[in-house]
Design a protein around this ligand. Sequence first.
Ligand code: DX5
Ligand code: ZN
Length: 217
Amino acid sequence: MSKRLIAASVLSADFAHLHRDVEMLNESETDYIHIDMMDGVFVPNISFGFPVCDAIYRHARKPMDFHLMIKDPTPYLERCIHSGAAIITVHYETCDHLHRTVTRIKALGAKAGVAVNPHLPVDHLNDVLPFVDLVLLMSVNPGFGGQKFIETTYQRVARLKENAGAVNPGLLIEVDGGVTDQNAGKLFESGADILVAGNFIFNAENPRYAISNLKKA
Ligand code: DX5
Ligand code: ZN
């Protein structure tokens, strides 16, 4: 059974009114505050760094879910914990020693996730499934909010769910990019547990209502 959780990405928040937007999330049904960190190397964009995460953490009353789109994220794991990370997800494509990095995240007390770009076959993850808490499937090419959802994601979720069945049945499957009320229901039914949404929430007339709609999609 899908857990039907929502992670709201502050990448689409109004950074000039970040406190207001974090309070809105506190009052909403979102389960996580999703933090997209980009380095301009692994992805062609730079988002924000730790001072902004610290500012969010000071006001957040929801757990923070860090998605590191940065080359060699390992030196920054402790800093993420300091900034409030309950989940730290690193990209498969950016870690030369993935097992070591994931082990370190767990030792620091956070849930450990591995993210993959839309073109990476999910079967490539089979050997890491036993030791991660979460897999994040990108449903757009990482780097920007507000992109169009890639339709092959449904099969990828279902395949990953099947692969995890025997080795890690408690694995959380997170889908990130282009999530709306049009695809959320089908994603949950395919086996996704957590849906990330930025644009759909923050550009809605009523963001709290948009979050409730995703949860019951
Ligand atoms: C993209 C980020 C996503 C993104 C989702 O690189 O990882 O978390 O902000 O945004 P939307 O929901 O706008 O596609
Ligand atoms: Zn993300």
